[in-house]
Design a protein around this ligand. Structure first.
Ligand code: NDP
Length: 453
């Protein structure tokens, strides 16, 4: 059996060693989950809801512990990590209300009664990335459990600690054995087994578009249900009639949050030419004032990148001759630090402009008018999020309807809200997570006709 040493990204020191789950152990866990599902789906809706509420309370009692684990194991600033642990609690509490509301329809049919049921799919395989280990786990976990599915989760190899602890807290809250299992290990072993095993009826995957494509092909063999949350290269569009001060002051947080390791990062700022100089003047102090440093400090806004290899990958987008307009700060010495970096002007075919960097690097590109802003925003295979800054309500709605992306904000950079739907257009994904309808994605509709004569 192999193992992985979790490294603190802020210090490069080892935190702990985690044994990898083997393919055989994965199969055994999937079979356990399938057995557990027969009993779990039969738990009365009110009792399933009660258990999910208890699970949420258990998380709430351990928010600080979970946040500290994420700070040490993933380098997230403690303020952000505390919010993330709180989101796990809130997502569980939100979907705890779903079991009693999982209603079907009664459809008028002559000669009998026609009703629909939303039947749970069975075992769900949840493949989680390293950038937001806690929230992304909960987005799949909570609605799946509410629907009557059982869950086998594979955290990312680099960031397994909070998922393992959340698995323990589920048992402490009274969830029956086998209803939620966490299998730390490799994507190529555990993740692949979840995709290939016929007893896993649905995969929920968040990660790179490349691996997402492989998973989609693997699921096709079993017509396995699939939700994909993939990459992004989202635009932050600033029109000349916007509140430029607010747009510039908030732009760094729309891309440097989580050190840019965020699929929703607004990593392309598009600015109407007539206000470009003013915007850049205002953006510079905003970028330089982002507090980058020790993730354990309460006022830190940006921590390190996840690993040395990822830092090299991010740095490859900023070669020595890159058009660096200005940069923020980052600590020297140990830790996978990279300063917030603004590139301008960038060529339309520069990899920094076209590819997802997943680090604290943003490009600024001018546009002439509304039509060009929309063309530039849509000139990407991705379509996950985006922002529009304008005081003209008609333009806000026109542009929002024209930009091909799943989640947009006007005069704000709202992050994911668990009670609204989240997901991507084009190559950013398939299906939607969160919001009032998420439980449906863990069910199949059954139609039943009962003759009355
Ligand atoms: P991956 O897509 O490789 O990893 C995401 C998850 O999938 C991990 O749990 C991983 O396991 C697992 N996985 C990997 N290969 C397979 C497989 N063949 N079958 C099943 N599961 C698999 O992302 P990376 O960590 O390599 O990041 C690369 C880039 O992807 C980033 O730089 C970023 O651009 C993008 N990304 C986007 C994310 C998003 O939120 N949309 C999240 C993460 C990355 P393991 O940990 O063992 O690799």
């Amino acid at each position: 059996m192999t193992s992985y040493t979790v490294i603190n990204p802020a210090t490069e020191r080892p935190v702990t060693q985690i044994e990898h789950t083997t393919a055989e152990q994965t199969d055994a866990a999937i079979e356990r989950a399938a057995r557990a599902q027969e009993a779990w789906r039969a738990v009365a809706p009110g009792d399933r809801g009660r258990l999910l509420r208890r699970f949420a309370e258990e998380i709430d009692a351990h928010v600080d512990e979970l946040a500290a684990l994420e700070t040490t194991g993933s380098g997230h600033p403690v303020g952000a990590a505390t919010w993330e642990a709180g989101q796990v609690r809130d997502v569980l509490a939100y979907y705890a209300a779903a079991p009693e509301r999982l209603t079907g329809k009664q459809i008028p049919v002559p000669g009998g009664l026609d009703v629909t049921f939303k039947e749970p799919l069975g075992v769900v395989g949840l493949i989680v990335p390293w950038n937001f280990p806690m929230p992304i786990l909960s987005w799949g976990l909570a609605p799946a459990l509410a629907a009557g599915c059982t869950v086998v989760a594979k955290p990312a190899e680099m960031t397994p600690l909070t998922a393992i602890r959340i698995g323990e807290l589920a048992l402490a809250a009274g969830l029956p054995e086998g209803v939620f299992q966490v299998l730390p290990g490799k994507g190529s072993v555990v993740g692949q087994r979840l995709v290939d095993h016929p007893l896993v009826r649905k995969i929920v995957f968040t990660g790179s578009t490349e691996v997402g494509q492989q998973i989609m092909a693997g699921c096709a063999r079993h017509i396995k249900r699939l939700t994909l949350e993939l990459g992004g290269k989202s635009a932050n569009i600033v029109f000349a009639d916007a509140d430029i001060e607010r747009a510039a002051a908030s732009a760094p947080y729309a891309v440097f949050d989580n050190a840019g390791q965020d699929c929703c990062a607004r990593s392309r700022i598009l600015v109407e030419s007539s206000v470009l100089d003013r915007f850049m003047e205002l953006l510079e102090p905003a970028v330089k004032s982002v507090r980058v440093g020790d993730p354990a400090a309460a006022d830190t806004e940006m921590g390190p990148l996840i690993s040395g290899a990822h830092r090299e990958h991010v740095a490859s987008y900023v070669p020595a001759d890159a058009p660096v307009a200005f940069r923020g700060s980052a600590p020297d010495g140990a830790g996978f630090w990279y300063p917030p970096t603004v590139l301008a002007p960038v060529a339309a075919d520069a990899p920094a402009y076209t590819e997802e960097i997943f680090g604290p690097v943003v490009t600024v590109t001018p546009f002439a008018d509304e039509a060009e802003a929309i063309t530039l925003a849509n000139d990407t295979p991705y379509g996950l999020s985006g922002s529009i800054w304008t005081e003209n309500v008609g333009r806000a709605v026109r542009v929002a309807r024209a930009v091909e992306t799943g989640n947009l904000s006007v005069n704000s950079h709202s992050s994911v809200r668990y009670w609204t739907p989240f997901g991507g257009f084009k190559q950013s994904g398939l299906g939607r997570e969160l919001g009032p309808d998420a439980v449906d994605a863990f069910t199949d509709v059954k139609n039943l006709f009962i003759a009355t004569n």
